[in-house]
Design a protein around this ligand. Sequence first.
Ligand SMILES: C=C(O[C@H]1C=CC=C(C(=O)O)[C@@H]1O)C(=O)O
Length: 399
Amino acid sequence: MSGTTVRSVHIPDLTDLAHRSPSAETLCWLRDGRGLIGWGVLDRLEVTGPSAMTDGAEWFNERCTELEIADEVRRPGSGPIAFVSGAFEPDVAPTVFVIPRVLIGRDEFGSWMTYAGERPEIPEPHDVPEPGEVQYVDGDRDSASFQRAVRELVARIDAGRLDKAVLARDVYAHTEHDLDVRHLISRLIATYDGCWTYSVDGLVGATPELLLRLADGHVYSRVLAGTEWGPDAHERLRSRKNLEEHEYAAVSAAAALEKVTIRLSVPGEPKVLSLPNVSHLATEIRGDVAEGITACDVAAAMHPTAAVGGTPTDIALRMIRELEGADRDRYAGPVGWVDSHGNGEFGIALRGGIVRGPRTIQLYAGCGIVAGSDPQTEWQETEGKFAVMRHALGSDNLP
Ligand SMILES: C=C(O[C@H]1C=CC=C(C(=O)O)[C@@H]1O)C(=O)O
């Protein structure tokens, strides 16, 4: 890679990024027609260990110092970038960094292309094959065993051992034809355009939860917890149980952000976020980071918030390991991108799955358990969250 030139150049504005990738190994971070889509691998790292996120960032910075960089665009996301998918438990599963060979980016000012070596043609938009019939098979937990785990967790909360933990379950989707993540991406962006559609190294989904955006020293985070669906969902979101469940997540995110920011603004009351499948309570946090802090530093400081872990974090993680069954791998980890200036965006990898074979994807969904959580309702909530990927795989049903 040493001596390779990476160039970013302005190109005519493209509104259909998702349909341009010529590769089934598409890397993507897209929301509402803006974001990044990449293909080809200039370099790649898999790293495991408690500091995987910052170790990977160091590796990326070293790669950048070896490159010749010619960036005429000079905006967050231009120049060399790495797509990143972090493990939920970084000392157990690998965190992946991928520097694409070619990338098209788009923001409010227009589009650009970044490439290593010779300038490629801009690919024409094209259709990709559909997966055909899909069969769903429960993973480690069926309805009864998931509800048993919820009941056990509520008993431990009632006994005062912890306040909250997020329990997840997995489902395997087996498809008739080979899976092409570009098909999933195009279905996700069409319906969940207010979410961040991601695809990194087989992890694909559309998350409504932004762990952080860091651009020119300003940080923004959208914390979600508390879920309802169906009639009167907005009123029911204001229940004591939902507000409490949300509060743990917002407090944990703000406490982590405090360590890396010099200014922080946290609203006192959550808002309601409506999605096609469910609605959530949402807290939007804004701040300014201390000098030299990068998006990977902020992601490492924040993960896992109580939106996916619990309160207190260490006890919740122990309970999750004990009660959950399936290994989370990169589900509920930070997913996104970072550039050579430390700007970046990371979602929490929710409402998605991990491709496990040419015709198999393992889907995950979880929900926050607090005192008073009802096992049957929590099961239904995971069903509502699986709707995102079921839709991406071809179903037209929403819960
Ligand atoms: C853990 C998930 O969602 C989290 C994010 C928003 C709302 C949540 C809830 O209400 O339980 C979860 O904390 C998931 O989608 O798998």
